[in-house]
Design a binder for this molecule. Structure first.
Ligand code: 1AE
Length: 422
């Protein structure tokens, strides 16, 4: 029996016959032409032919602009047409088509055979929690800021101040590349020294995600060099390199530390309603499939805003256990596939006042992540971390930030600076 991967598109057109369009996609992206083929060849090509699964047309309501006319079209692509890797799948389902009018790839699901080629995150939420020994609360991450042009002692000091505030993870800024002032191995050495100093004081374990950069051909050896120097997590700009590069790294048996996926460049792909790839596919399903243990993306509340509905769709894609429903098309009854959940990290412009909203949306399995919201605290970076931890504690106990802040000056000062949402 043929196995298929499914792609769902939203196609906008004021007049098109969407059923015809669906057929032209199913045929055009697989066998090329169908009706003109002689019968004998049709029999031979049948197994390669895409199939239209559904066409749901949305006609604009009275008074709505005709430009709002669209259809959600789902096409099944035979596995036999492509190799078991993300680039082959993406080029098949959205290669040339991505440039052909107002069309957006809004969902993907996979055959169980295709999915079985992906082991997903090595650590995932459980593994990261085990490394940190923290199981009962959301984690807190801090981002280095002002790193370009600084020397090692300044970075060490910045690391220590972040760690001493009680954060669980610290990540490099994604724009910190290999450079003569703070080269990778030296950076790891001084940051881990600062981590050890802070751990003595706070009793807390820490992960430091060092930015893995450089030419693609050298990434794996660079990652191993980082591990050799003691690195305990990697930051990776996945979209600049491609999902397959992440997959190669995450499946390398010698890369034994969590990989954190940064969403740099995602804005070139997901935000338009008419073009690109939806956030839940780009930053959800494909990141998890390729093996990201933690995934950063904009939240609905900070300085870079993503609609809440899209945020919740990413969350679902990263966390769901129900692969049969959300990831697998036509799963055979006996198929038992599992992917570890990737940690969601809603980010950008986050300050303590936003913690209740983030925890309401994501629950306990989330990483609260801030750069400016920690370093920009009026009482300093240590107080910045403390204010976040206090906001998390308050929310977990069902206490309003305002009430908790009466006995926690760091939180009070953060609220005075950034406020809380209405
Ligand atoms: C969505 C990515 C966020 C990020 O990488 C970053 O550096 C955020 O910094 P802040 O918290 O906005 O200062």
């Amino acid at each position: 029996m043929n196995a298929y991967c499914l792609a769902t598109y939203r196609s906008f057109d004021e007049k098109a016959d969407f059923h015809k369009k669906a057929t032209s996609i199913a045929v055009g992206l697989t066998v090329g032409s169908w009706t003109e083929l002689p019968e004998a060849q049709k029999a031979q090509m049948e197994k390669h032919l895409g199939k239209v699964i559904s066409v749901e047309v949305h006609e604009p309501a009275h008074g709505e602009p005709t430009s709002n006319r669209y259809a959600d079209i789902t096409i099944a692509y035979p596995d036999i047409n492509f190799s078991r890797d993300i680039p082959a799948l993406l080029v098949t389902v959205f290669g040339k088509l991505s440039m052909d009018g107002k069309i957006k790839l809004i969902d993907l699901s996979f055959s169980s055979d295709f999915l079985s080629g992906f082991s997903g995150p090595k650590f995932g939420i459980q593994g990261v929690r085990e490394l940190l020994g923290v199981h009962d609360r959301p984690l807190l991450m801090s981002i280095f800021k002002s790193v370009v042009g600084y020397e090692l002692p300044a970075l060490r000091e910045q690391f220590y101040l972040q760690a001493a505030g009680g954060v669980d993870l610290i990540k490099d800024d994604e724009i910190l590349f290999e450079n003569p002032l703070t080269p990778l191995e030296k950076r790891i050495e001084i940051c881990l020294e600062a981590a050890a100093q802070a751990t003595k004081e706070t009793g807390q374990k820490l992960l430091y995600a060092v930015n893995l950069t450089g030419p693609t051909s050298k990434l794996a050896s660079q990652a191993k060099k980082a591990i050799g120097a003691g690195a305990n997590a990697l930051l990776f700009n996945v979209l600049a390199y491609g999902f397959d590069t992440l997959h190669e790294l995450s499946t390398d048996p010698e890369i034994t530390i969590p990989i954190m996926a940064h969403p740099a460049m995602a804005g070139a792909t997901y935000p338009s309603p008419h073009y690109g790839i939806s956030a839940s596919v780009l930053l959800g399903k494909l990141m998890r499939l390729a093996g990201a243990d933690l995934v950063l993306f904009p939240s609905p509340y900070g300085s870079v805003v993503m609609p809440r509905e899209e945020n919740m769709a990413i969350k679902h894609a990263l966390l769901t256990d129900d692969l049969r429903k959300d990831y697998i098309y036509n799963a055979p009854a006996d198929v038992q596939l599992k992917l570890a959940a990737s940690f969601p990290v809603p980010s950008a412009g986050i300050h303590p006042g936003l913690v209740p909203l983030i925890l309401r949306d994501f629950g306990k399995d989330v990483i609260v992540n801030a750069g400016g919201g920690i370093h920009g605290h009026p009482l300093g970076t240590i107080a910045g971390g403390q204010a976040f931890r206090q906001a998390i504690d308050a929310t977990m106990q069902g206490i309003t930030l305002q009430d908790y802040a009466r006995t926690h000056p760091e939180l009070q000062s953060a609220i005075d600076t950034w406020g809380t949402p209405e």
